[in-house]
Design a protein around this ligand. Structure first.
Ligand code: PMP
Ligand code: GLN
Length: 381
């Protein structure tokens, strides 16, 4: 049997590779983005309660209505935008799936999608599997900001979508109000969609407001905005998220969704509907995570790494120019094996493998995990 691969150049994701290596060498894993601390006990209790009350059968294809209603209320209170839970919000099995479904909904073979690099690893394969073409633009190193003039130059009659991600994985950069202004002027009156990956929605630091597409009704008309409960509520294994869009786009999105997943697990949706009715379930998240970032930055002063800026997400990047001139992959593998700490090499987030000698650390960890990691990193000379 011969298979004509749809993704001939793709191997196993770096997250799996590095997590396996961390396990093999008993290293502190600051690679793959997952918390090692407990999620909310209250949310766990709400899931138990939902299961005991019999919420164990299919919910509607669009998602459990009270959860969509709770999300619509949250969107209105945070971003002052009215969304219809019936026609604009769809619950999905995670953020990655929402992005995959959004791109599959709009792309035809030969369409172009603008992707900023470094980019989360699923974007390029998702574009390619749909027969479309990724058009890659580097974020400006080391601030990882978008050069909008470059975007203007790359727009062509074939441009069908722009992929956005703020807070950004792997760098922790965030979009500003000015970025949104530039974006609006570029897509105005053009048939260009936006797929906005906002899975780190509540994890923006230093009092910076999250520049969600949901703040801008004119952008929402042409956007799919993708979220992840797993990421924000410290339960990445839940793989539950949602997509917000216009009624017209949502109708097409659900046509794809209904024949792939159909509907997501019920008890978690019932639990989240109740959990979200209290704003305290999400408002303190940014300061909770900022404390972890600040603690990590303080600890890392004892090492030879130079940390770059992180304004959001689970991640902060660092250069190791003062330690080694190895490639970032070799360096990441070596420090896992020799020093017992696992980062992620940032070159893997570039199709061309651009290596600025930068590695990504995940600080969504217990204080003692961060301390144990940095104690080891500080011995690298
Ligand atoms: N987008 C980005 C930028 C991410 O870092 C992640 C993390 N897993 C996802 C999407 C996927 O979220 P989920 O696990 O809900 O699919
Ligand atoms: N989003 C996570 C990260 O960037 C990992 C998700 C995955 O393993 N696919 O580390």
């Amino acid at each position: 049997m011969k298979i004509h691969s749809k993704l001939p150049n793709v191997g196993t994701t770096i997250f799996t590779v590095m997590s396996d290596l961390a396990t093999e060498y008993n290293a502190v894993n600051l690679g793959q983005g997952f918390p090692d601390y407990e999620m909310s006990g209250e949310l766990i209790a709400l899931v138990n309660e939902a299961m005991k009350k019999g919420f164990n059968q299919y919910v509607p294809m669009q998602g459990y209505l009270p959860l969509r209603e709770a999300l619509s209320e949250k969107i209105q209170s945070l971003y002052n935008t009215v969304t219809d839970p019936n026609t604009q919000i769809t619950i999905t099995p995670g953020g990655t799936y929402a992005i995959y479904t959004a791109l599959t909904t709009i792309l035809q073979p030969g369409d172009e999608v603008i992707i900023f690099e470094p980019a989360y690893d699923s974007y390029v394969p998702t574009v390619k599997i749909n027969g479309a073409v990724p058009v890659l633009i580097d974020l400006e190193f080391p601030g990882y900001k978008i050069d909008w003039n470059k975007v203007r130059q790359k727009i062509s009659p074939k441009t069908r979508a722009i992929m956005l991600n703020s807070p950004h994985n792997p760098t922790g950069s965030v979009l500003s109000a000015n970025d949104m202004h530039e974006l609006r002027s570029i897509v105005k009156d053009k048939n260009i969609f936006i797929c906005s990956d906002e899975v780190y929605e509540h994890l923006v630091f230093d009092g910076i407001p999250h520049q969600s597409i949901l703040r801008y009704p004119d952008l929402l008309e042409k956007s799919f905005v993708c979220f992840s409960f797993g990421k924000v509520f410290h339960c990445t294994g839940w793989k539950l998220g949602y997509c917000v869009s216009s009624p017209e786009l949502t109708k097409e999105f659900r046509k794809v969704h209904q024949f792939n997943c159909f509907s997501c697990n019920s008890p978690m949706q019932v639990a989240l509907a109740k959990f979200l009715s209290d704003k305290n379930s999400y408002l303190p998240l940014s300061s909770f995570m900022q404390k972890k970032r600040d603690h990590f930055i303080k600890l890392m002063k004892a090492t030879k790494f130079q940390l770059l800026n992180s304004s959001g997400s689970y991640f902060i990047c660092g250069t190791y120019h003062d330690i080694s001139d190895e490639s970032d992959k070799d360096f990441s593998i070596r420090i896992t094996k020799e020093y017992g700490v696992t980062p992620i090499p940032v070159s893997v987030f570039y199709q061309a493998g651009t290596d600025n000698k930068v590695v990504r650390f995940c600080f969504a960890k217990k204080e003692e995990t961060l301390e144990a990691a940095v104690e080891r990193l500080a011995t690298i000379s």
